[in-house]
Design a protein around this ligand. Structure first.
Ligand SMILES: [Zn+2]
Length: 423
């Protein structure tokens, strides 16, 4: 059956190319979209060009055709990081083709990966302190045979275990290519869904963009209007981000069409700012009549915006003053910071741009970047080290704690230096 599918796709491509050769303007470059195989090869090849900052890996096999779900992990000096260090970095996750017939969504993921790698190689500060993970195709079987759903006819973007089946899904299987919205026999039933969830569970996820195509707009993690609406607890952050992104992409936002989408889980369970980016209005044609990059230029600006401001997506406190018994911070993030404490009093909410002074009973300042908690405690917890500033009442004599902290710092500096010699 696959041989027939391939022959049909090949013939369709030739016919479409011939049509475009006659109809396209002479100045227009025409590009054919990737296939599953060429996307896999090009992604692997791209990552191999940046061995210090990129690792290509295969996460597991698809349901029917045993095709790999592949991804690329990007961070500075990535081969020297432990899994724990990598998983702790603030992360942006980008995936594509949950719906296998939405090829432009894989193209957007690939082009964004290419951009971040190129820019980071030229200027490491573009990548410093954060991590990007890109999975061009969550649904390799569907991508291979140009079908919306997976091998079991399950709509993977209705299969995630968050509000699963609540609205906008079907309980019956459809057939390719527009195979409907069958939610699967149980929540998270599909291998592809499970693989994607497992990947996200190993990320300190700040932003999750899941690319689709068809409506060329932004989709919220769940409905906020009408029947089945549930308020988004961090709506101030979402709204701020959506306004900023509309300025660069021109895209408006809307409620999702169904429950159990990957972004519902991304925010609901993993507490990341999670959005579907419908990167194009083209869904069915295998060919674009301009360059792919040209067709996706606005969307890529939105991806850049999220990446370049990743640590601001949520509350982000910056220390502006500190004494032995207090610390003054400003929230420079795009959302509020919550439950701010330095060991004593707790300030429940610090708004965007607000400056507060809080008493200090510990040398650690803790706060939550978001108010929504997700499936694990402390998913959004930020801990900052404060200085050990001596109490002036003690005549300026450093306390034992201060001396030992200083000695620790000297020891760290010494060990860093030793490490330098080892490199
Ligand atoms: Zn879609």
């Amino acid at each position: 059956m696959l041989a027939i599918v391939n022959i049909v796709k090949y013939v369709l491509t030739i016919v479409a190319l011939a049509f475009l050769a006659f109809s396209a303007q002479p100045s227009e470059a025409v590009e054919v979209l990737h296939t599953y195989d060429s996307m896999k090869d090009d992604t692997q090849e791209l990552a191999s060009q940046y061995p210090d900052i990129a690792i290509y890996s295969e996460q597991g096999m698809s349901t029917g055709l045993d095709l790999e779900i592949f991804s690329v992990d990007v961070a500075l000096n990535i081969t020297e990081l432990t899994d724990e260090e990598l998983n702790a970095l603030p992360t942006m996750y980008v995936d594509g083709t949950h719906h296998g017939n939405e090829g432009m969504s894989a193209e957007a993921s690939f082009l964004f990966l290419q951009d971040v790698l190129e820019r980071s190689a030229a200027d490491p500060s573009y990548l410093e302190g954060k991590r990007l993970v890109v999975t061009p195709s969550v649904n390799p079987d569907g991508y291979f045979i140009d079908c919306r759903n997976n091998w079991n006819s399950v709509d993977l973007n209705r299969n995630y275990p968050y509000m699963w089946g609540m609205y906008g899904t079907s309980d019956t299987r459809g057939s390719c290519p527009a195979s409907g919205t069958y939610r699967g026999p149980s929540e998270g039933s599909e291998i592809e869904t499970q693989i994607n969830m497992e990947m996200m569970r190993n990320m300190n996820l700040y932003v999750y963009f899941s690319a689709h195509t068809g409506s060329n707009d932004i989709v919220l993690p769940w409905k906020i209007t009408g029947e089945f609406a549930v308020p988004i607890a961090d709506w101030d952050l979402y709204e701020y981000f959506l306004n900023e992104s509309a300025n660069v992409s021109g895209l408006t936002y809307r409620d999702p069409g169904g429950a159990g989408e990957s972004i519902a889980w991304g925010y609901g369970a993993r507490a990341a700012l999670s959005l579907i980016v419908e990167v194009d209005d083209m869904q069915w044609s295998p060919i674009v009549s301009t360059t792919i990059r040209g067709a996706l230029s606005n969307e890529l600006l939105m991806y850049d915006l999220a990446w370049e401001n990743l640590e601001l997506v949520g509350g982000h406190l910056q220390i502006i003053d500190e004494t032995y018994n207090s610390v003054t911070v400003q929230n420079i993030g795009w959302g509020a910071a919550y439950n701010v404490t330095a060991g004593g009093e707790v300030i429940e909410k610090v708004e965007r741009n607000q400056i507060i002074t809080i008493s200090k009973n510990s040398n650690i300042l803790n706060y939550n970047r978001l108010i929504h908690e997700g499936e694990e405690a402390d998913l959004t917890l930020i801990s900052m080290n404060l200085n050990s500033i001596p109490n002036p009442k003690n005549g300026g004599t450093p306390s034992i704690g201060f001396i030992s902290a200083s000695l620790t710092l000297i020891a760290i500096a010494t060990s860093r230096k030793r490490n330098d010699y080892n490199n």
